[in-house]
Design a protein around this ligand. Structure first.
Ligand code: CXF
Ligand code: ZN
Length: 370
């Protein structure tokens, strides 16, 4: 069949919305009609060449929800008509990590920027007949996609698709980082550097955990105002040493229990590290450009202050656990989802959506398909 898709062809160029060929699902795969797909900054890093993918052309998009239209013969527990969220790391189900329920650490994870399906072959071709990849084995910037069942979580049918898409990336990444990586406790103090899709969810995750002090830092005042709505108790518009000083001032000179680096790790890591108290946690949720080869922390400071520096992908917990859990929390009024979406776009407007993200005009842009 044919489907329209936003295709990444050249670094620095806009995505091109094209009609491509999509082959039917193989035995362990499904055909999914995409209903909504979020505009995450990771895809922007790819478009700019800051994060290399292994091939072009490639359909980007990894924060997607939709309806199953067809399933392969070996698919279990998913049927046509099911509503699904797609996961940007597959859960193969049998590797060392998946067998412990740690699907965010699936052994197949390192292959998600390569382009092919989980089984190593291609389902998409462009108009010239060239194999076309699917970012994160999803290729969500499209009307339809074919994915392995390892990339699918079934959700309740009453969840709006735009909200379902949110729990595919930014929401679990942020809320999970607070709950499952740092394990923020009631009364703790927290710094969140970068209040975008991940950071805003760290703010609401910290609130959910009962943090007493939540300091939101960003260079865009509108995001700081939004952060207050999501639970920030203090806001700081500063970077570098000024950021560290401001946080120390707000915490009686000792620093926060937990700092989260949700944007620009090379520039923000050391200021966040120095704004963290002794024995505190520094959690990196943001992706780092390929050309950054090392982190900037003096080893003696790390040792003497006995801090922990840690990474968190997918909020350090399985999307199979978190997706239903987060939708349940939303239903109970425990977290905000609707307020994360600043603007919606058609597939043809996708480059406008990314321009808005880049300019700091949106918290989350959402492509809504017909
Ligand atoms: C990313 C994490 C690193 C690989 C690509 C997807 N996740 C979300 O933005
Ligand atoms: Zn993402």
């Amino acid at each position: 069949m044919f489907t329209r898709a936003a295709v990444f062809r050249d670094i620095g160029a806009p995505l091109t919305v094209e009609t491509i060929t999509l082959d039917p699902p193989r035995a362990s795969e499904l055909l999914v009609k995409i209903e909504a797909v979020g505009l995450c900054r990771t895809d922007l890093h790819v478009m700019r060449g800051e994060r290399r993918v292994a091939m072009t052309p490639m359909v980007l998009g990894h924060e997607a929800a939709g309806i199953v239209e067809a399933v392969g013969a070996e698919v279990r527990g998913i049927t046509p008509g099911d509503h699904v969220v797609l996961t940007f790391i597959p859960g193969c189900g049998h590797c060392r990590w998946c067998s412990k329920g740690l699907h965010h650490l699936c052994a197949e994870g390192p292959r998600i920027t390569q382009g092919p399906q989980l089984d190593g072959s291609y389902r998409r071709r462009d108009r010239d007949g060239r194999d076309t990849g699917a970012f994160c084995m999803i290729g969500g910037f499209a009307e339809r996609t074919v994915v392995d069942q390892a990339s699918v979580v079934v959700i309740d049918k009453d969840v709006p698709f735009d909200l379902a898409a949110l729990v595919a990336c930014g929401v679990p990444a942020g809320i999970g980082a607070a709950r499952y990586r740092a394990r923020v406790k009631a009364g703790d103090s927290v710094l969140v550097v970068g209040c975008g899709g991940d950071g805003m969810n760290v703010v609401q995750g910290a609130r959910l955990c009962g943090a007493a002090t939540i300091i939101a830092a960003d260079l865009v005042d509108a995001k700081l105002a939004w952060a207050r709505d999501f639970g920030a108790t203090h806001t700081v518009n500063a970077r570098g040493e000024a950021l560290t000083r401001a946080v120390l001032d707000l915490t009686g000179g000792i620093g926060v229990d937990h700092a989260f680096v949700c944007i620009d790790p090379p520039a923000t890591l050391l200021p966040a590290f120095r704004a963290t108290q002794k024995a505190g946690n520094v959690v990196v949720t943001a992706i780092t450009p390929d050309n950054v080869k090392q982190i900037d922390i003096p080893p003696l400071e790390l040792f003497a202050a006995q801090k922990a520096v840690m990474g968190a992908v997918y909020g350090f917990a399985s999307p199979r656990l978190q997706i239903p859990e987060l939708l349940g929390l939303y239903r109970e009024g425990g977290i905000k989802l609707r307020e994360l979406i600043t603007r919606t776009y058609t597939l043809d407007e996708i480059n406008l959506g990314y321009a808005d993200l880049d300019a700091g005009r949106v918290l989350r842009g959402m492509v809504v398909l017909d």
